[in-house]
Write a protein that binds this ligand. Structure first.
Ligand SMILES: [Zn+2]
Length: 326
C-alpha cells in the first residue's frame, strides 16, 4: 500500500516537473518571438530614416553623418535619387559651403567640371554663376558700414548717407566727400604712412551720387553695353554711392594708371586693413567681383572685418555671402 502511494507521489512530481518545463519553454518562445518582432519592427522603422537611405546609396557611415549635419529636404531628395558621386560629398567639406546652395553648386559644377570646387562655391555664393546683373536686389541698408553693392545688389536712386563730410584738399585731389569714419580713418592712415615711409597718399575719387554714376556709365555706353559694363558700374550699382569707397593714389603716382606698380599700392594692399580698408577688386578674383583688378579702389569695412577678409584672402562679396547673408 505504502509502495503504491510512493509511486503515485513520484508520478505526480514527474508530471509537475514536466509541466513546469513546458511552461518555461513556452515562456521562452514567447519572449523570443516578442523580442524578434521588436527587432523586425525597429529595422522597419530604421529603413525610413535619412541615415539608412543615404547609407544605402553607397556612402560610408562617416560621409552619411556629415550629410546629416547639413541635410534639408532638397539635399535628401537629391542624394537618394542620384547615384553616389565623389563630388556630391567633397563639396560639403569646402570651407565656404552653404547648404542652401547645395543644388546650385552641383548644377554649376556639372557644367564646369574644369573649375575647382572652392571656386564653384565662391561663384555660386556671390551669384556670379548666374551672370552679371542677371537678377538684382535692393541691398540691405541695415548692414550699415557692411552694406554690399555689386553687380547684383543695388542702391536706390535717392540713396545718400547722411554723414558724408568733405575731404580737405590736403588729402584729396578734387572736392571729394565720404562717410565721416572713412575720412578719419584715411587721414590717420595718410599721416602714419607719411611719417614712417614718406609715402603721400591721396584721395582720387570717393562718394559719387547716382546721377554722377549715371553720367559716367552713359559716356561709356556710347560704345555699347558690354563695353560700358566692363569699365563702369551701372547707376545704383557703384560702390562709390555708399560713401564707403575711396580711390587712392599718391603724389608720386597721381593717376590710377600703373598705380599697381607703385610702392604705395604694395603698402596699401598689405597694410590698409589695419585702418579698416580692403582692396575691393583684387587680382585673380575678377570672376567673383565682376571687375577687372583695380589697384586703387579701397573699401572701408572697419578694422575687425578688414582684418578677417585680409587674412582669409577672400573678397567682400564672399565675406558677405558667407558671414552676413546666410
Ligand atoms: Zn573706385
Amino acid at each position: 500500500m505504502a509502495k503504491k502511494r510512493r509511486k503515485r507521489k513520484l508520478k505526480l512530481r514527474y508530471e509537475a516537473v514536466k509541466f513546469l518545463s513546458y511552461f518555461i519553454l513556452i515562456l521562452c518562445l514567447i519572449i523570443y518571438s516578442v523580442h524578434g518582432s521588436i527587432k523586425i519592427h525597429n529595422f522597419y522603422e530604421y529603413r525610413k530614416t535619412d541615415e539608412y537611405k543615404i547609407l544605402s546609396m553607397g556612402y560610408t557611415m562617416e560621409e552619411t553623418q556629415d550629410f546629416l549635419k547639413i541635410i534639408n529636404k532638397d539635399i535628401k531628395e537629391f542624394l537618394i535619387n542620384n547615384s553616389k558621386k565623389k563630388v556630391y560629398y567633397d563639396i560639403i567639406k569646402e570651407k565656404y559651403f552653404l547648404s542652401k546652395n547645395y543644388l546650385k553648386y552641383i548644377d554649376y559644377q556639372k557644367n564646369h567640371e574644369d573649375i575647382k570646387l572652392d571656386k564653384v562655391i565662391a561663384l555660386v555664393n556671390v551669384h556670379a554663376s548666374d551672370g552679371w546683373y542677371s537678377e538684382t536686389y535692393n541691398t540691405d541698408l541695415s548692414k550699415k558700414d557692411l552694406v554690399l553693392v555689386n553687380k547684383f545688389y543695388k542702391l536706390e536712386e535717392g540713396y545718400k548717407r547722411d554723414d558724408l563730410v568733405p575731404i580737405s584738399l590736403q588729402y584729396s585731389y578734387a572736392s571729394n566727400s565720404a562717410a565721416e569714419e572713412v575720412v578719419n580713418s584715411f587721414i590717420q592712415m595718410h599721416k602714419e604712412v607719411k611719417s614712417k615711409l614718406g609715402i603721400h597718399l591721396m584721395v582720387n575719387s570717393s562718394f559719387r551720387s547716382y546721377e554722377d554714376q549715371e553720367a559716367i556709365y552713359k559716356s561709356f555706353k556710347a560704345k555699347g553695353e558690354t563695353y560700358a559694363d566692363s569699365y563702369a558700374a551701372r547707376p545704383g550699382f557703384s560702390e562709390h554711392q555708399t560713401g564707403l569707397s575711396i580711390d587712392i593714389t599718391s603724389t608720386a603716382h597721381p593717376t590710377i594708371n600703373a598705380f599697381k606698380e607703385s610702392e604705395e599700392y604694395q603698402w596699401l594692399k598689405d597694410n590698409s586693413y589695419k585702418y579698416g580698408f580692403i582692396l575691393r577688386y583684387p587680382e585673380g578674383k575678377e570672376d567673383i567681383t565682376g571687375y577687372n583688378t583695380e589697384s586703387w579702389h579701397f573699401r572701408y569695412v572697419g578694422k575687425k572685418v578688414a582684418e578677417q577678409i585680409f587674412k582669409e584672402g577672400i573678397t567682400f562679396d564672399e565675406y558677405y555671402a558667407y558671414y552676413l547673408e546666410s
